[in-house]
Design a protein around this ligand. Sequence first.
Ligand code: HEC
Length: 134
Amino acid sequence: MLKSFLLIAFVTSGYLFTAQDDLTASVKRGKEVYSTTCQACHMATGEGMAGVFPPLAKSDYLMKDQKRAVGVVVHGLSGEVTVNGKAYNMVMPPQSHLTDEQIADVLNYVQNSFGNKAKAAVTPAQVAEVRKKK
Ligand code: HEC
């Protein structure tokens, strides 16, 4: 009994450790993608530009719905959106030239930077799923 408990505890902690490790590596790769792809509009600090580019820093829009966030990067976004109580009505071009992994990485970066902390990581498989639709 104790032996099997220890075994389960060991395996579980190993799994958690690996998941955390994967996220750390993904966030690190995502920082590179961010600086070459998103930073020109959303700024290095993720603060965006008032009235033009919405913030990613502590963005209620970004953090609310993982699938929707993937969709913004894959398909782009236009029309009116409200981010942190402020309205934006601009056009973000699709970033579909990025690979599934690059999109997962950049989202893991923005969702775990600028004061954000995501509950779950984005995976390349989720990106592939969103890319298939539309
Ligand atoms: C050419 C400028 C531009 C680039 C490059 C760009 N965005 Fe955007 N982004 C925008 C604009 C403009 C909006 C708001 C669109 C609207 O008003 O409908 C937006 C909206 C968003 C939103 C939803 C609103 C929010 O602030 O939470 C997210 C998330 C987002 N962008 C992430 C990214 C990521 C990640 C990248 C890089 C892979 C990126 N964007 C690249 C201009 C850009």
